[in-house]
Design a protein around this ligand. Sequence first.
Ligand SMILES: Cc1ncc(COP(=O)(O)O)c(C=O)c1O
Length: 366
Amino acid sequence: MKNWIRMGAPDVGHLEAKEVYEQVLSGWVSQGKRTQEFEKKISDFINVNYSIAMSNGTVTLHSTLVSLGIGPGDYVVVPSLTYISSVNVIYLCGAIPIYCDVDQDTLLLDLEELESILKKYSPKAVMSVDLKGLPCDYDLINQICDVYRAVHIADSAESLGGIYKGSKVGSQAAMHSFSLFANKTITTGEGGLVTTNSEDYASKLKIIRNQGQGDIRYEHISMGFNYRFTDVKASIGITQVSRLDDILSKRQKVVKNIKDLMGEKVKFQKVPKYVDLHPYYNLTCLFESKNTRDSIMNILEKNNIETRVSFPPCHLQPYHKNLESISLNNLDKTVRSFEIMLDIPCHQNINENEIDKMTSIILANV
Ligand SMILES: Cc1ncc(COP(=O)(O)O)c(C=O)c1O
């Protein structure tokens, strides 16, 4: 895919390579002090009490549900417009997803519908999803959850670095789960984090990460798994966090440039007023119709510009459509949004010529 404008590529280089080299030579390659150092850097960056690093952003989500004791017969609310792992971990616990529709402008949970679901079904947890990195309205979701005694878990896999009402994403819900996969704003190759202000959740999560082992070696006091991180990954992560503010500010400029050039002719995922920084994991256009979306996608591809259509609604997936689930309606807004969405490249390494090329093709065909 040489000469293509790509959706993104891991922004790693000599700095990360040097850290990895030294870490390997230290002989400590599995989870140890370097992981703790990485977790501290993340906690300081977000301004949250605890960060727990794990193997990836799916097992972090799973661990949050396990820490709440979610099991067979329990309900967990989740949007269908999300990556499949949000839903898979609910089924993995034996619980039943209640799909909540989304707002067609923000692509985030429809909060009126969320309240109706909580009233009717008393779910144990609500998993909000910061789709494309856009933070949900955590305060409002917390308020609804408090009334109906549900725990709010934020799937913030895509929103590291986002700012909600003046605070970095990661301390608003009971627990936030982040992904550090290679396509995320910062990466450790594979990796995940849970952040929380609760000492109780943090200690449960650390035990779950390590096979349920408590303070005594080989004494297992809860259900657990090997969800540990590694110090080699931490050595990449430490460098990446130190570069995160720079990466985010470059992305803001790229997106501003793209949006300025598109003007009113193209509609984007709406950024609500409570968001002080959308980290733009992806920049999502919302076209008039599926036909327009598909034809623009094809023209961009012919011009060597990569795009993504994500994510197909989970309730329509070939496997999941046959599993037990609940929804108040047929999730029309989810399905409609998926038909008209298109993610276009917006990463920090796109140059002005590439932005001009991409925006003029879209404007000529919209
Ligand atoms: C919304 C969402 N949730 C969960 C995940 C899972 O993260 P990981 O790929 O690190 O397991 C992702 C990753 O792409 C995601 O986008």
